[in-house]
Write a protein of this length. Sequence first.
Length: 94
Amino acid sequence: MPECVYQAAPPAHAMTTITVHVLAFGPAAERLGGRHHTKSVQQGTTAGSLATSLGLEDWLGMGMALAIDGERVERDTVLSEGVELALLPPVSGG
């Protein structure tokens, strides 16, 4: 009788990760300790959730803009493999 071999499905929590290049400006760069960062995140991560995970939720609340590959995007824009996410804090003058 042939042997039956069952292969378990991957765990539900096992998700594909993608690499995102983060480019921070102004005070965001100061807070993150530099302008250029590479982050591995789960596929389906949004621009806003990555910014929040970097500790920049307060800047999002103050109007920090987000751009993917040079184009401004909304916080709920899903990130793709290899994109550059720019963090653009609001500018104030006096």
